[in-house]
Design a binder for this molecule. Sequence first.
Ligand SMILES: Cc1ncc(COP(=O)(O)O)c(C=O)c1O
Length: 371
Amino acid sequence: MSKPNKAGPRLRIALSTLEKIEPYKPGVSRIEGVANPMKLSSNENPFGPSPKAIKAVEKSTLKMHRYPEGSSKVLRDALAEKHGIDAERIVCGAGSDNILELLCQAYAGVGDEVLYSEHGFLIYPIAALRVGATPVKAPEKNLTTDVSALLKAVTDKTKIVFIANPNNPTGSYLTRGEVKMLRDKLPPHILLVIDCAYAEYVTEKDYTTGLELVAETENTAVTFTFSKIYGLASLRVGWGYLPTAVVDYVNRIRSPFNVSEQGQVAAVAALKDNEFVKKSREHNTKWRDWLTHELSKLGIKVNPSQGNFILAEFPSDKRRNADSANSFLQSRGIIVRAVKGYGLPDHLRISIGLEEEVRAVQEALEEFMKR
Ligand SMILES: Cc1ncc(COP(=O)(O)O)c(C=O)c1O
């Protein structure tokens, strides 16, 4: 990063804080010399967008010259109806990242701490640092958020606790009881943000998104996205269900047209396409379980995942470690996600793709492990 000119504008946040931001690295999408690589690096829906969402966007193209409706009213009403919640407490954003950032902007700043889990989603520390707050990591147990460790890491400077449930990149989740215990034991002035980007893929019965906690408490927020099961990553649509006072502040600071018209109409159509969501979930469950089982047979340890990806741990010897596996997969035209930035140098995160893609991963890794 280049240093600001002494004669130029003064940064409000200390330069030392801004320089700690490691710009978010999205999943790689290209391999030199490979025309159509299998992209399994960003946890996208391998079936693409819902056909109903495509139609809705096509219909809206002639309105591209108009500003979108600024409060995403139709989308909020559709979400409220689907989940049996209050539309007034929903805020839509340009991806759920936008909501996570707005919450940081409203509730944390210089001198505050933002707490998250050791292998938590990397947007949390970035969102904290960009408002001048200090991100603090609590250790995990067995690649899973540890509620006791989070509670132990709380100080009088803590303003926000972020958890992803299930978490990216570990795939692990907290049960309903654990989430409730975290909320009950956190001091009431701390905002608990539960990021449910992968909620629709969860198959475990003791899971909760935490929507009920938003209804019951004044200090819990839940976020969701249309980028994963709904297949709309490029359109950037996410939403948060927030306590009434939090909605008020977030609406004051969000940009007035933060969700495009195309994003809004596509999200409404995708939300109503139950068949597409069901097909996506069933496919994911089947092939997530299959790949977990097959890789385990090869001696690759797979962390049980509730998301649309798995986290695979490779042996430490140079010939078969995660770096070599990543290069080997790329040589077969397969792009997965290295997760060193998450403190997981021995692991690779692999999104669940189409059947032929999942099978290609298994075949390549079988060859790799047998070399
Ligand atoms: C845990 C988690 N939260 C939030 C997001 C952000 O998603 P978006 O901004 O596309 O809604 C992601 C994306 O990968 C994620 O993995």
